[in-house]
Design a protein around this ligand. Sequence first.
Ligand SMILES: Nc1ncnc2c1ncn2[C@@H]1O[C@H](COP(=O)(O)OP(=O)(O)OP(=O)(O)O)[C@@H](O)[C@H]1O
Ligand SMILES: [Mg+2]
Length: 241
Amino acid sequence: MSVPPIAQPLLTANAGATASIPQCDRALILDGVAHSMAEAGAVRPVLAPLSQRFSPGKFHVVGGPSGAGKTTLLSILSLSVRPTQGLVRWGSKDLTNLAPVDQSRWRRQHLGLIFQTSRLVSVMTVAEHIKLAAAIRGQTAAVAEGLALLTALGLAERLGQLPAQLSGGEKQRVALAQALCARPAILLADEPTAALDRSNAARVAETLHRFAHERGAIVICVSHDAVVMDAADDLLILEKA
Ligand SMILES: Nc1ncnc2c1ncn2[C@@H]1O[C@H](COP(=O)(O)OP(=O)(O)OP(=O)(O)O)[C@@H](O)[C@H]1O
Ligand SMILES: [Mg+2]
């Protein structure tokens, strides 16, 4: 895959100290997971039964037609939706049956999310989004890393701007930098290049790929984009249930 060069290393703060140590040594596992929804008195399957292993240090891409259950799958992996069948495990730990308070703690400590639509806070500037993400995880050193990521993603001039002053694609890249600088062990991204031109989509694909490899993180990205699929270490195509 040919992508525009990124000026500086993805990970600046503490990179030397952590580059060879995987942050996450456990795979995220779907164990016979399926999901159905009740609709007008009938049960409608929305995710066909699936057993799958998502490994640390790998860039996983999930494709498939609209309505195949890709967003539903990410909701199940983020413990926002409880599957009607099967379990989500992290190594040997059953996440599906954790108490809600423990699920929230797990999410806060280990998970980064990039949604299909922008969820930036309207009154916070781009730089403030980065500072907040780093502070929530107690990773104040990660602010420099987040700002470096914004530069690598072509947003160095936008630090003082509010979301309303950004295009859809710029907002998606802010959300990406915000999620990565909190250094999650697991990153879930739902069509993060949907609003981007090919060159910026390639930068995002490269950034996600490098984050998985350099941090030992599990990165799972839903995408229809050929440039993202080309960068995948592992490709899972869902069929309609
Ligand atoms: N809250 C809900 N209530 C009822 N049905 C839902 C709900 N959320 C999703 N669905 C249905 O579940 C199926 C899978 O939806 P999902 O959003 O996971 O698909 P997707 O693969 O992400 O599609 P797209 O590529 O269009 O984003 C669809 O048929 C959808 O209509
Ligand atoms: Mg979707």
